[in-house]
Design a protein around this ligand. Sequence first.
Ligand code: SF4
Length: 575
Amino acid sequence: MENISANRQIKIWRVDVREQQLAISPTPDHWVHLGGRGLLARILLDEVEPTCAPLGPRNKLIFAPGLLVGHMLSSCDRISVGGKSPLTEGVKESNAGGSTGLQMTRLGIKALIIEDAPTEAGWWMLHLSPAGARFEQADDLVGVGVYDAAPRLLSRYGGHVAIALIGPGGEMRLSAAGIQNLDKDKVPSRINARGGLGALMGAKGLKAIVIDAKDGDKPPIAHLEEYRKAQKEFNKALLAHPQTKIYADYGTAAMPRMSNGFGGLPTRNFSEGAFEGVEKISGEYMRQILLQRGGESETTHACMAGCTIRCSNIFGGEDGKAIVSPLEYETIGLLGPNLSIAELDDIARMCYQINDLGLDSIEVGAALGVAAEAGLMQFGDSARAMELIDEIRKGTPLGRILGNGVVTTGRVFGVEHVPAVKGQAMSAYEPRAIKGTGVTYATSPQGADHTAGLTIRAKVDHLDPSVQVDLSRKSQINMACYDTLGACIFAGFGFGAAPETIRDLLNARYDWQVEADILQVLGKETLKLEREFNLRAGFTSAQDRIPEWMTRQPLPPHNAVFDVSEKELDEFFNW
Ligand code: SF4
């Protein structure tokens, strides 16, 4: 392997898993201005045949820290992971917090591109450090869940390393499998959840990637004084935003009451938009019981060093021992109301198992909702839901059906009511009641994904179809830019209030001269690259649609249907 200790410039690291070789090269000029999600889209268009088999050797698994990653700027050290999605068969980026992004930048990695496929069966651990890359056998970790595998790796490689790893779900190449990353407390809880990227990592024969940046360097800052000034402005705007305090107190679990109030909380497989048990799954209730339970419970927690929002939590049981961290709105929504389950302890235990398998709790929760409609469980039966999750762990045919996501589950069991777009499950915002987010589900190149453009906080009538395309477009452009910067969705509270800090931070760090419209420039470029990949993969406007049943079956309590016109959806990218 090449020794790169003498050269820590920001470079492209390519790992060939067939030859087990690392090659390091300069960043091509037209990649330099991108990072995170935007860079993934650029690399996919440049290097991956859009019609390739997602689990085949021509697909690539790419890790790309965002442009602002590396200096613990609040909530801005996220890692984007991408490839052609085994779930949607289109472009895929999924980002996560934790420590992977920060440590990769300290090795000088602009993008890690994992190529080809192993020729023999077996599992490997890829170790990255200033000395280069090496492969070590990981057969002893086969079938081991992430909560056991991570401590074993930490004791082998030292408590300072970052780790990205897959669970049994990724090993089985299930389309709901993600990649788990260590949080700042070394718990493998921050998942690149969406789109089946864990299956892609499994197809590359990698159980884990260990990043040892102990002897690495912080990325350079061209103009330190200007950078510090912009950082201060950003922090000020972030801390002054009223939502920052709400998310610090309640985390994303602040959302159930709000979604329910709009009639947009998916209930019993998206058949209703309001849940009678909402109070018992609300953030307010969760905060109250966590404060009462004490022990290892924490109502606020940072997934990465330096985050001032701290929207994460540690959910402890009645004995105060941690059940899972974090317990977030999407998981609560899909495993709670969507299954008619109103007990947070039950939801937390299911979440733990799904995390341990390295699976996306949105995709699995949606698949269980469809399974309930198909009669495989009764709505409200959390014990049966847990048995079905255990089927996935055992790798039974039923478990593999569920683990391949909501569309596979619906098809196998003949269910019409499948809440998905481009093969990917909707998250916990009902598109018939929160129609702007419905437009995002329909038009995002990523498939149904609230983080691609959530609109619920906008001060509009969410049932009025006439205002939703503009709203979703603005939100999608913002999010595509934030994901390119490596910024958490909630860092958007600060960037939204002080957008000039994006320009100032980039210019100070990189000695660039970007203008105040950089948010628009990066966001639009990223979306266009992603759309281009999908078009070349064979996607048409037929995929930019909410499922037909949602356009004709009214959703209680507002009895709304999704009625944004197809013409408007087709004009989404005409900006
Ligand atoms: S706001 Fe939450 S998700 Fe975002 S970086 Fe902080 S703890 Fe992580």
